[in-house]
Design a protein around this ligand. Structure first.
Ligand code: SF4
Length: 332
């Protein structure tokens, strides 16, 4: 077994290091993990939730990141954990206060679920994946990520970036979730599993994007996709990433993707401005601004959408709004 150089326990770019040595693990793809982690050490995005293993802060960050980009989550995360520094503080707060602090992130059910988790976990965030998975709003990916990042558990999981990176490297195409989790279980190092997953996600967010930049990628030499061992869906992308498709092949790929675009447009869901989600968000935002609450009629006038009355009822059923006489307000 080869032992790598000792790494300092630094706060900052890589966060507190759970394991001291990157080179500790030996596996079938030693070069992949070694290259990936060396690249991460040089380029890691400095994100506040990576500077801690506090299970509560990891939980908050993972819930926020479920449907929101890291750049938008960063300031919201800092504000939220300043206002509610512990799970206990969150449990003690009224849901209305939590929703006020959540304002701007959208998908308010996440705030409600986080608040429920705080109230149902007096002994703290559970460590076991099965217990995490059973919490409201927590699915397989989030449970795995919390177990890994907070408790150092060697748990395989895959988000959209991990599916793309592991799929392309080992299969030559984007993997399904099941495939990516199986590859992750097989290939993740024995140690530094938190850094391994952060590194995969960073690579997927910065280089191995839907249109990959293979020329700049540390895994280029190991990657099935980059070497051309991929199916037709991967071929067009590889060409865009600097591959060498012939002219005829390029034309065929262009025709295929144009047909796909038209199909996408036909199937595209309603624009955001037309969705109930936008109106529900507008109702909660309007109520954030007032402690006393508003009548449905006043809300209707402010938002200017005929669905307000119906959606106030659904928000009430979801526990995000409560009635107070003739008014509705955020839960006290
Ligand atoms: S070589 Fe290209 S396809 Fe492979 S992991 Fe890197 S960016 Fe992704």
């Amino acid at each position: 077994m080869r032992r790598g150089p000792e790494k300092k326990n630094t706060e900052g770019r890589l966060g507190p290091q759970r394991s001291a040595a990157y080179g500790w693990f030996v596996g079938k793809s030693y070069t992949v993990s070694a290259r990936l982690l060396a690249h991460y050490r040089r380029t890691a995005r400095d994100l506040p939730w990576r500077r801690t293993h506090d299970p509560y802060k990891v939980l908050v960050s993972e819930v926020m990141l479920q449907q929101t980009q890291a750049s938008r989550v960063t300031p919201a995360f800092d504000r939220f954990v300043r206002r509610f520094p512990t799970l206990k503080a969150l449990a003690a707060a009224p849901l209305g206060a939590v929703l006020r602090e959540w304002s701007g992130l959208g998908y308010n059910r996440r705030a409600r679920d986080l608040h429920r988790i705080a109230r149902m976990s007096p002994r703290g965030v559970p460590e076991a994946v099965a217990e995490l998975d059973a919490l409201p709003g927590i699915g397989a990916y989030t449970a795995g990520a919390i177990a890994c990042f907070a408790f150092g558990r060697r748990v395989p999981f895959a988000d959209v970036n991990i599916k793309r990176v592991l799929g392309r490297v080992y299969l030559g195409r984007v993997a399904t979730e099941r495939e990516a989790v199986a590859i992750d279980a097989r290939e993740m190092p024995t140690r530094s599993v938190d850094l391994w997953h952060h590194a995969l996600m960073d690579l997927g967010a910065t280089i191995c994007k839907p249109a990959p930049r293979c020329d700049a990628c540390p895994l280029n030499a190991d990657c099935h996709f980059a070497r051309g061992h991929a199916g037709p869906a991967a071929t067009a992308l590889r060409g865009a990433a600097g591959g060498s498709l012939g002219r005829g092949a390029r034309q065929r790929e262009a025709q295929r993707s144009a047909a796909g675009r038209h199909q996408d447009q036909a199937l595209r869901p309603a624009a955001f401005k037309d969705t109930d989600r936008r109106v529900r968000g507008a109702i909660v935002r309007a109520l954030v601004e007032t402690e006393r609450g508003m009548t449905v009629r006043a809300l209707q006038k402010k938002i200017g959408d005929g669905r307000v009355g119906r959606l106030v009822k659904t928000l009430t059923a979801d526990g995000l709004v409560e009635s107070a006489g003739r008014r509705v307000r955020l839960p006290s």
